[in-house]
Design a binder for this molecule. Structure first.
Ligand code: SAM
Length: 213
């Protein structure tokens, strides 16, 4: 089990040094696809899984102020930073913070939108296939959408070096499981999901995508 507590205090600064604000912009690309209401006419339910320090929350509520967000993140220090960030938002926002991972999702928790920003690339193909993706599929409503944003393999030599270095860094500091970037898009496809939209960004190293059942 990985643990991002140790690097939580410096995570955003490191990300800015290497990528500027590109990773934040990438994960916000398809947020306007979050529905304004669910089938019963109340605010859409959104799961943000692995949202880190919660930078994405500001972007979500700017687009869909009426939605209800479950912010589920295993690093307690990340959650505490995200909580502080939300206190700075103006106006009431519907959000529940929970320390935990996909295994802690209850069967009665169902979402109109699931967001996994830079999370799928932490795992091996086997974990994604046998555990992580099936777990999330169970909580996605029949008409729900899954917004996945993650690094992808690239032929450009310096990007390959950077990806290799990032995986080594996160293996050392946070104990992530994978040793190489997996083809998470193929794994989502193999699980029976369908991609509706895609945009390459961050010099082609990142793909932001919209998937559904
Ligand atoms: C690379 S960071 C990305 C953080 C944030 N989404 C961002 O883009 O800045 C990966 C995040 O996923 C979280 N994480 C790790 N394993 C997880 C799991 N099984 N379920 C949900 N989140 C997980 C980590 O604690 C960490 O905050």
């Amino acid at each position: 089990m990985n643990n991002f507590n140790r690097i939580a205090p410096v995570y955003d600064s490191l990300s800015r040094i290497v990528f500027g604000r590109r990773l934040q912009r990438a994960q916000a690309l398809f947020l306007d696809q979050i529905p304004s209401v669910d089938a019963s006419g109340t605010g859409a339910s959104v799961l943000v899984l692995g949202g880190g320090t919660g930078e994405i929350l500001t972007a979500i509520f700017a687009r869909q102020p009426g939605c209800h967000v479950l912010f589920l993140e295993p690093s307690a220090r990340m959650v505490s930073q995200a909580t502080r960030r939300v206190l700075r938002l103006t106006g009431p926002v519907g959000i529940t913070f929970r320390v935990g991972d996909e295994k802690t999702l209850r069967s009665d928790e169902q979402f109109d939108t699931i967001i996994t920003p830079f999370v799928l690339d932490l795992f091996t193909n086997e974990t994604l296939q046998t555990h992580f993706i099936p777990c999330l599929q169970k909580t996605l409503k029949p008409n729900g959408i899954w917004l996945a944003t993650d690094f992808v393999n690239t032929p450009v030599w310096w990007q390959r070096v950077l990806l290799w270095a990032m995986i080594r860094f996160f293996r050392l500091t946070a104990g992530i499981e994978t040793q190489q970037l997996v083809d998470w898009q193929q794994t989502l496809r193999n699980a029976g999901l369908t991609r509706h939209a895609q945009q390459h960004t961050v010099w082609g190293m990142v793909s932001a995508e919209v998937w559904s059942h």
